[in-house]
Design a protein around this ligand. Structure first.
Ligand code: ARG
Length: 290
């Protein structure tokens, strides 16, 4: 790093707020019917053995970790015949008490949307809508509290970014994913708090890399090794960052910034192309006006 770059980095880091935990409300879905019996992303190989029992134990440890941090975790009833339903992040995007429910690109996951529509109805959500264009929920739409970072390229249609912008009335930043192994935005980028993110630059088009550099000049950048173990598929409550335990480099970078990384083992779920963040949908309640 040149002296100039070092000064810029120090200046940028100096204005970042100190990591601080905020209580969250999450929705998760037990991997009761988890299996890899089809392939809709490069990680999924139906020929390889999967253990449903191991998936359940790993999921339970993730649930216990989030609940143990003091967060409210709700559980959605899994539907038989939908083996990917454990990846609750894909079911919807919820901001300010409004739920935009997924429209899945692959017919294999299509049936999941109904379960989310029912759940939001049963839980008193007033503003619930199923997306009209392909939209895989928080897999591709990550809200920072200020802007909605929206991925496209593999699953979510770019037209759905405009749909989300209208539905939630929040600014949207579209980002294009280019590597098939990082097919959802939440496999290549994690929101740490309203102003800080971490991401893997090669997963994005040149233009999107430029956008990310401009918006987040001091972001944490993941190495190839950390990205490949899905280290960016992380759940942050503003202070604690729950991420795959194999992402040791990222854990160190997070610690340097004052975050508390918590490693979890979700290698069984990685066989379906998912990890910690994929299993967790954040339910952001309506903010009470003063
Ligand atoms: N097998 C699932 C799929 O391909 C994995 C989804 C992972 N979820 C996520 N939020 N990235 O759709």
């Amino acid at each position: 790093m040149t002296e100039d770059q070092e000064q810029t980095q120090q200046a940028a880091t100096a204005v970042l707020p100190k990591p601080q935990q905020r209580a969250r409300h999450y929705l998760m879905c037990r991997p009761t019917h988890f299996d890899v019996c089809y392939s809709i992303n490069p990680w999924m190989n139906p020929e390889l053995a999967t253990s449903n029992e191991r998936a359940q134990l790993q999921w339970q440890a993730l649930y216990d970790t989030l609940a143990g941090l003091g967060h409210r975790v709700e559980v959605l009833e899994p539907t038989p015949g939908l083996p990917d339903m454990v990846f609750a992040a894909n079911g919807a995007t919820v901001i300010d008490g409004k739920a935009l429910v997924a429209k899945f690109r692959h017919p294999e996951r299509d049936g999941e949307s109904a379960a989310y529509l029912d759940w939001f109805d049963a839980h008193g959500y007033q503003s619930v809508q199923q997306a009209g264009c392909y939209n895989e929920g928080e897999g591709d739409l990550l809200y920072t509290g200020q802007v909605l970072l929206a991925g496209t390229g593999f699953r979510t249609d770019s037209a759905s970014h405009a749909e989300a912008q209208k539905f939630f009335d929040v600014p949207v930043v579209s980002l294009r994913l280019v590597m098939p192994t990082f097919y959802h935005l939440d496999t290549a980028l994690a929101v740490l708090n309203t102003e800080e993110i971490m991401y893997y630059p090669p997963a994005f088009s040149d233009e999107s890399q430029q956008v990310l550099r401009e918006l987040y000049p001091d972001a944490i950048l993941a190495s190839d090794d950390d990205a490949t173990v899905f280290g960016l598929n992380a759940v942050s409550d503003g202070l604690n960052v729950v991420l795959p335990e194999l992402a040791t480099g990222l854990a160190g970078q997070l610690r340097e910034r004052g975050y508390q990384p918590i490693g979890v083992d979700l290698t069984e779920l990685l066989k379906a192309g998912g990890s910690s963040k994929c299993c967790v949908l954040e339910l952001r309640q309506a903010t009470l006006s003063a």
